[in-house]
Design a protein around this ligand. Structure first.
Ligand SMILES: *[C@@H]1O[C@H](CO)[C@@H](O)[C@H](O)[C@H]1NC(C)=O
Ligand SMILES: *[C@@H]1O[C@H](CO)[C@@H](O)[C@H](O)[C@H]1NC(C)=O
Ligand SMILES: CC(=O)N[C@H]1CO[C@H](CO)[C@@H](O)[C@@H]1O
Length: 295
């Protein structure tokens, strides 16, 4: 009985994001690592302050991508090298890898609680970089995986939705399904989602459409070649990385969720992922992939 009450209490508190974005204590611990074709392996770490930005060498390119990891991630979990290397080989781009592992490494609820302030701190860093002409919002692409997708939602909102593009990679569903602060279409000029693990009670992904364009890979549930939810969940960034290199994953617009589930989507086609800052379209798309790289 006690256990049930405790679960109930946990679920009650879990339903809301408790921290306010103004509460800076989480975001203050964000780390920022910069890569480009000049330093594809050894990052240059910058601080969110005037001196650090002024001293930052001319490593900023006209196009900047920012990658944000999810729960239990860090700057060095596989998402980052894979997506960063794919960006750098596909285009002359600055990549900023954000590390919020101090909170992402804690319990899921603590990590969720940190999401608003981590996202707003990234927006503050972006404002500083914009002020000193290192980057511009219309040449900026925010990419977030798992909880990182909701982090970049807060970042985009804090910048009044003026960032060119957000790509959300299988945003985590738990505590976000009915949360009004989850990633949403107005957080950037164009918001694209790649859903890979949205089916079933223990799925990691949110499984519902959130953006301008929502791609459901292989229906958005379990992925070919995957036996676990975690494999399907991670496939989101693997597919995105592959799309940066090959731009070969093409989805078709679905009329309905039954078309999506039964693989009957025959509407117009759209390339999933890739690195274009300006993309058009809206709706739910299904893309079918292979089981091994490049899928
Ligand atoms: C979408 O649905 C409508 C009505 O249900 C149907 O007439 C149309 O052919 C469908 N289009 C596609 C591309 O499936
Ligand atoms: C990315 O996808 C869009 C939408 O399908 C397409 O118009 C564009 O050409 C693609 N970009 C690249 C770099 O291939
Ligand atoms: C990466 C990951 O699995 N993140 C979280 C997504 O949501 C579930 C709960 O539904 C967490 O347990 C995961 O840690």
């Amino acid at each position: 009985m006690l256990k049930i009450i405790l679960l109930f209490v946990a679920a009650f508190f879990g339903c809301q994001v408790i921290a306010t974005p103004e509460d800076a204590r989480h975001g203050n611990l964000n780390l920022y690592f910069i890569y480009s074709r000049d330093n594809p392996r050894e990052p240059i770490q910058i601080q969110p302050d005037f001196n650090s930005v002024i001293e930052s060498p001319a490593l900023f390119r006209p196009y900047t991508a920012i990658i944000v990891h999810g729960h239990q991630g860090s700057a060095f979990t596989s998402l980052n090298p894979v997506v960063k290397d794919s960006f750098i080989s596909s285009e002359d781009v600055t990549v900023i890898v954000v590390d919020w592992s101090t909170y992402a490494g804690q319990s899921y609820s603590n990590a969720v609680n940190a999401v608003p302030s981590v996202g707003v701190a990234i927006a503050d860093m972006i404002r500083l970089l914009v002020t000193y002409n290192r980057i511009s919002l219309d040449r900026l692409h925010l990419v977030g995986f798992d909880l990182g997708a909701h982090v970049v939602g807060f970042t985009g909102r804090s910048l009044n939705g003026q960032v060119a593009r957000i790509t959300g990679l299988d945003p985590n569903g738990s505590q976000w399904g009915s949360n009004s602060q989850r990633l949403t279409a107005s957080d950037a000029e164009y918001v694209e989602l790649i859903h890979t693990d949205g089916n079933g009670l223990t799925a990691n992904g949110i499984g519902t459409a959130l953006g301008d364009v929502d791609f459901f890979a292989n229906g958005g549930g379990s992925q070919p070649g995957c036996l676990t939810h975690s494999c399907s969940h991670n496939r989101a960034w693997e597919l995105f990385g592959a799309s940066l290199l090959h731009n070969h994953l093409i989805g078709n617009l679905c009329n309905s969720s039954s078309q999506l589930n039964w693989n009957l989507c025959r509407g117009y086609s759209l390339h999933m992922g890739n690195n274009s800052l300006i993309k058009y379209g809206s709706g739910i798309f299904r893309v079918n992939t292979g089981r091994t790289f490049p899928y």
